[in-house]
Design a protein around this ligand. Structure first.
Ligand code: 5AD
Ligand code: SF4
Length: 545
């Protein structure tokens, strides 16, 4: 049987993008192929996000459409992966009988087997068979409760399999890749569903992380982003046995000494801290020319980490460190565990160590804010505006509070800020942040930045398509380089034309520049120097040096 073509759509965060990439790799190894066109697919998979209700609603409406399609196409297999599967549990299958497969974020290594079963069950089925098929649902959910009460070691082993199975080939990346260092979260911010869906914090063994980085670098990856909900809390205690594929493998780690300058290990205990991990990757995988990490938690971000970043030319001077609010009252209600003063002190400390604009390496900081958390007053809102002015983020994601079932805020607090007030506060903060972003960008005017080339700019891609480019001859450029959906739009400008390319600075600012069509393809995945001529709140515009 030829395996069906899969359409895989990813919602939400970078962690989900990585999960999708790993899942796609493991399915590809079994002979499945992917399509960017859902209509051409025999299997439709959604890797879902539950952080805000809006992302869930999109999936519900997609499922509604698939239910109609499936009436005429009973062989169609539909899978819901990720946080929504975990959160909704079996109820989702009752509400949406169109779903054949459900796999939570902690069970994704089981997807190939479940999918195979579902495809076989449905193959050649006619609409009349539907009632019999309904009993054949394939479900793998861990339930956050079981992950919290079961042994963490066992959960860690299981989770490790998906990342360990990562297939790395020079063809399926665009010079840039994510590497997971930590799964789950222990913080329990009162608004957040993540600890409930992704479970308790588990740190991957440093040896596995470094090997993965090496394999990626060997395949040509030059930019790696380490992923975790609270990356700076990374801490791996060696000596605890870790089983991989059922084989117990005690981890060997080196003994760190305090005098090494970047560790909090004490006598006799072998610990790899986040600072150690960053230092090791930087030292042992020099092929990675840009190493960055997201997301940082504003508490327990040690000077040891700042010291390693400062001493390491290939670690990006970029922090994504959400504040969530500029009001101490709101921060307490959110259970964030710090005050606005402590947050700003951290930014000052980080800038004191890392901000060196004179040598062309300024520190840039990105943030997240939630507006309209229960009880938020105009005074709280003004305090957040003041935080934005003082934090001087290069960009800040601003979200309207969305009550999530199962969280403390949903169960105990009333969502009492009306939607129109949330919307107004959101718009006010966005407008303010745009001004600040424009000021941050303007500081680059006239200078030269090193920029990692991601591909042809979206605007250019659209324009070239409109003008009838695309198809045969000329120079083929790919965008959306991630192989998740295999969306590789090929845009073919006339030879001799120039093409607008998009790139990123080490501080994650967007850079646009024009390149001759003949050389454009070769620049993708490379780091080039761009002289900045013009800036906006969104991007830097310049000329290739
Ligand atoms: N409502 C709105 N935004 C939220 N976030 C997390 N949970 C919620 C919620 N319930 C935001 C936070 C977090 C980012 C990933 O999403 O700002 O940093
Ligand atoms: Fe959610 Fe807070 Fe954990 Fe971030 S730190 S994932 S906001 S609970």
């Amino acid at each position: 049987m030829t395996p069906a073509k899969i359409y895989l759509e990813t919602f939400g965060c970078q962690m989900n993008e990585l999960d999708s990439e790993l899942v796609a790799g493991s399915l590809r190894a079994l002979g499945y192929t992917f399509t960017a066109d859902p209509q051409a697919a025999g299997v439709v998979l959604y890797n879902t996000c539950s952080v805000r209700e809006h992302a869930e609603q999109k999936v519900w409406s997609r499922l509604g459409e698939l239910a109609i399609r499936k009436r005429g196409e009973p062989g169609l297999v539909v899978g819901v992966l990720g946080c929504m599967a975990e959160r909704e549990g079996g109820a989702l299958m009752q509400r949406m009988p169109v779903v054949d497969v459900m796999v939570g974020p902690a069970e994704l290594d089981k997807l190939p087997a479940l999918l195979d079963n579902a495809v076989r069950t449905r193959a050649g089925m006619l609409a009349d068979d539907e009632p019999r098929l309904r009993s054949a649902g394939q479900v793998a959910l861990q339930g956050s409760a079981s992950r919290r009460t079961g042994t963490l070691a066992a959960a860690a082993d299981q989770l490790e399999l998906l990342d360990l199975s990562r297939a790395v080939s020079p063809d399926d990346h665009s010079g840039s890749a994510y590497v997971r260092i930590t799964r789950g979260c222990n913080k329990f911010c009162t608004y957040c569903v993540v600890p409930h869906t992704r479970g308790a914090e588990v740190h991957r063994p440093p040896g596995h992380i470094i090997d993965e980085c090496k394999r990626l670098a060997d395949a040509g990856v030059i930019e790696v982003t380490l992923l975790g909900q609270t990356v700076n809390h990374y801490r791996f205690e060696h000596g605890s046995a870790v089983a991989v594929g059922g084989v117990m493998q005690p981890q060997k780690g080196r003994v760190y000494k305090k005098s090494a300058g970047h560790t909090d290990a004490y006598a006799g205990e072998r610990v790899t801290t986040f600072a150690d991990l960053l230092g090791e990757i930087h030292e042992r995988v020099p092929g990675i020319r840009r190493l960055r990490f997201v997301t940082s938690y504003p508490r327990s971000f040690g000077d040891d980490v700042l010291g390693v970043i400062r001493a390491s030319p290939r670690i990006c001077r970029y922090l994504h460190v959400p504040a969530q609010s500029g009001s101490d009252r709101m921060l307490a209600a959110m259970n964030r565990g710090y005050t606005v003063g402590e947050y700003l002190e951290f930014l000052d400390r980080a800038r004191g160590v890392l901000d060196e604009p004179g040598i062309g390496r300024p520190l840039t900081v990105a943030g997240d804010i939630i507006v309209g958390f229960p009880g938020e007053t105009e005074a709280d809102h003004e305090a957040t505006a003041e935080l934005l002015r003082r934090a001087r983020y290069k960009n800040c994601f601003i979200f309207k509070y969305s009550p999530r079932p199962g969280t403390v805020a949903h169960e105990k607090l009333v969502d009492d800020v009306p939607d129109e007030v949330k919307r107004r506060r959101n718009n006010e903060l966005l407008a303010l942040q745009n001004q600040i972003s424009a000021q941050v960008s303007a500081e680059y005017a006239g200078g030269t930045v090193a920029a990692f080339v991601q591909g042809i700019s979206r605007r250019q891609a659209k324009q070239t398509r409109r003008e009838g480019g695309g198809g045969k001859g000329g120079v083929a450029l790919t965008i959306a380089g991630r192989a998740v959906q295999e969306v590789q739009e090929v845009v073919v400008p006339e030879v001799g034309e120039s093409v607008q390319m998009s790139a990123r600075t080490e501080g994650d600012l967007i850079v646009f520049f024009d390149a001759p069509a003949a050389v454009a393809t070769g620049l993708i995945g490379q780091i080039v120097n761009v002289r900045i001529e013009r800036t906006t709140d969104l991007a830097l515009h310049g000329r290739l040096c």
